[in-house]
Design a protein around this ligand. Structure first.
Ligand code: FES
Length: 137
């Protein structure tokens, strides 16, 4: 597995919340989240609700999870942590955008051809508290 695509140790992926990371899709950065299911699988989705797709599920400190479902804090939509399917809320039936990952030797790797791994944590587009550039350099 390519070290450049290594996201985190499996032990760092919470089962009661999410681990936020940033990927690059062409010139755009996108955020994604990792979580562990009750079955011990690690799943990943883009970090955007399917109701209002500019609303992030994980705002930097972990998304809320309840009974194996990710909770959108805006209007309370629930998404299954294994399938990403919305089971309740204004976008019921919609599905979170899945991101392909794989586990090898205790680490989680990004394996999705659509994205390049950038870093663990927020996209700099949301990181207004830092001194980093917002993309104008
Ligand atoms: S924006 Fe997520 S439920 Fe409305």
């Amino acid at each position: 597995m390519d070290e450049d695509s290594r996201i985190a140790d499996v032990s760092e992926v919470p089962d009661d919340s999410t681990l936020l990371f940033t990927v690059r899709d062409g010139f755009d950065e996108r955020e994604a989240i990792l979580t562990e299911t009750d079955e011990g699988d690690v799943t990943a989705f883009e970090n955007y609700c399917q109701h209002w797709t500019d609303v992030r599920l994980d705002k930097g400190s972990g998304a809320t999870k309840r009974d194996g479902e990710l909770v959108c804090g805006k209007h309370g939509a629930l998404f299954e942590d294994d399938s990403g399917c919305c089971t309740y809320g204004p976008c019921e039936g919609a599905v979170l955008q899945e991101v392909d990952v794989a586990v090898e030797d205790g680490a989680v790797y990004l394996t999705d051809d659509d994205y390049d791994f950038v870093e663990v944590g927020s996209s700099k587009e949301y990181d207004l508290s830092s001194n980093r550039s917002l993309g104008f350099d």
